[in-house]
Structure formats: C-alpha cells, structure tokens
Write a protein that binds this ligand. Sequence first.
Ligand code: SF4
Ligand code: SF4
Length: 394
Amino acid sequence: MARTEGKELETPSSTMPPRVALVRCEDYKARRVWEAVGRGLDLLGGAKKFVRPGEQILLKPNLLVAAAPVKLVTTHPAVFTAVARHLRAAGASLSFGDSPAVGPPGVTAWRAELASAAAQLDIPLADFSKGVRVSFPEGGLAKRFTIAAGALAADGIVSLPKLKTHGLTRMTGAIKNQLGCVPGFLKAEWHARMPDVEHFSQMLVDLNRLLQPRLYVMDAIVAMEGNGPRSGDPRPMSAVLLSSDPVALDATACRMINLDPALVPTITWGEKHGLGRARNVEILGDPLKQFIVPDFAVNRRPAIAPGKRGKLASVMSKWVVPRPVLAPASCTCCGTCVQVCPVKPKAIDFGDSNQQLPPNYDYGRCIRCYCCQEVCPENAITIQTPLLGRIIHR
Ligand code: SF4
Ligand code: SF4
C-alpha cells in the first residue's frame, strides 16, 4: 500500500506553512535537470526525507497518450531520469507506471521515451493493467476505488506531473496526475458517475488522500498552454517544482500561469478536505515573480458546471456550458474520441457513416467531461462556450 508511514518522512503539516521548492531549469539537458531536481530536493531537506533505503517506490509520470517528448503531452524523460537517479542514490528501489487515457501502458511509455529511460536505469514497468478494489471509508465523496495493482504494491509513490492546461479542471498538475493510478477505462467511468466537475474534483482529492504520494515533482520546464492537455502549444516556463503538498504545488503553478487557484476545483476541494493548502505557501529557491507568465493561454472564465445554477440553468445548460466542437477538416476519423466517450449511448458517434465521415455530437447526451477533446490526436476538437454562456459571463 502506498501510504506514507513513519514520522521522520516528509508529510504535509497542518501547522507549518506548506513549502514548495521552485527551481529554475532552462531546458531538458540531462545534467541541468539533474542539478535542478537535486537542488529542489535539498531545499526540502534531501531525498532521504521522502524515501528510506530498500523501499519500493513507484514513479508516477503523466503518460496521457502515446506521444513523443517533443509534443509535451507527457512528463519529459529527463525529469523522470533525474528524479530516479536522486531517489536511487537515497537507497530507493524503483518501478514506474501510469494508465494512459487510451492505449496500453507499455506502448505509451515507449513512445514517450520513458520506457527507454527506465530501461537504462533498470527500472521495471509496474502492473497498471490489473486493478484491485480498495475501500476508502474516509473519502469525502468516493469511498471505493479500483487502483492499479502496481501502485498498490509499492511502499510509496513519487508523482511526476506535467504542467498543462485542461478542459475540465483548467490546469492539470499534481492532484490530477493520480487519476492514472485508476486502470484503463475505469477512469472514464468516473466521468460518467460524476459528470459535475465539482464532484469529479472531490473524487480526485479522495484518490490523492488514499494514495498519499510522498513527493510531487512537476515538469514545468516547457508547459502546455491553449488546447491542452494533448493538443496545446508549448510555453517555456523554465521551472521544476517540488513539494509534498499537492495543493500548494498546484496553487503555485497557477500563480505562475496567472490563473486564480480559486478557479481550479481540485485545489479548492483539496483545501476543504485537508489534502493541503493553497495559501501562505512558502516558496523555497528562486523567486516566484521570475516565473509568472501573465498571458499564459488558459481558461480564466468562472466555472459553469452543468446543473450548478438552479433548475433553469440546468435546462439551459446546453446553451451555456462550454462544449466540445469538432472541426471536420482536421478529423481523420480515427475513432479515439468515440472510444473514450463514457456515456451510454455515446454522445459522439459515427452514426451510419461507418467511420468514413467525422463523428457527430449529441449535445443532449454530452456531460461535458471533455475526454474526447483530451485524446484527439489531430487537434480537431476544441472547447467552445456557446454565445449565451459568453454573454452571461462577460
Ligand atoms: S475528432 Fe479527433 S479523435 Fe475524433 S475521430 Fe476525428 S481525429 Fe479521431
Ligand atoms: S462527447 Fe466528449 S465531452 Fe461529451 S460526454 Fe462524450 S467524451 Fe465527454
């Protein structure tokens, strides 16, 4: 089980201010990243604060889909390698794994060049195909999960998120990264069970409270802005962030991209449910103001969740809530969006076209989970706010 045990290990404290190590790192050159991660660990008290010699530690990168590092969809192998080397030097025995949104973990890790990075260090791929049912009575909302066997088998988890925009939660970082510990299409099932972003975020917070990663190391060297988390644009941020508090870490990343942390429901629910703290964060290392990118392309509109604004708004939601929109000219009819759509019957489908024409949306069925936008390999799906929604929130 991946819970933190032992008083001497670093865990978020309710009395001390949360600490985030923010370290400048200009590019993905191996030595530079290794030094930046080492400096960040030293600022937090050293790698031995997070792992004990002989412990089995799972490295959990972001492996959303099979994409080369240059696409910036996945945690960069240089960050993975740097963290692995430092933890191994502290005596940890390592494995790695993630469950992608589509495709088998091994193939995804290979395309992301994490499999080769891991092979060089003799780090095995953990079993993220098989799931194990786990009760979590302490959960604020979700009290039962199916977790990848490879995540449960580890003594502890070190999470390696990538800073990107996200259609549903605005940004994806430390808290959201643990969704990949839920194997296969069970991830999409959570969307169907909790279509409201507020509930979905509470579930993510519960998941983090269950898994309790000991340390989060965020790859923000080159972040993704715009139509993330798969099809956005590169934005150099030149930073690596480290913390044992995922709420503080994500809130710091938000401040870097000029996004109010109060607009990110994973952060607000994380604070409410004791996962960590977003305010009064102590920044160690380089000054935050050096990293702020005021025009980072991210959704800064107030959230409009389906059914959140009373009965009338619930009925009107299809004319108010942002929805996925498909550009047929960019679509190759690959079918990935249809495959991941979690509602039954599907809210995006090929109908009678036998996959010869782009799929169509049924917005009456669509729960606005944006899984289709998240996985489209052709940047053919964007999230757009209908006119009425734009008028209401002008
Ligand atoms: S919209 Fe994207 S994911 Fe869907 S079929 Fe077209 S190319 Fe594939
Ligand atoms: S069509 Fe897209 S946004 Fe709508 S429910 Fe399906 S995957 Fe989610």
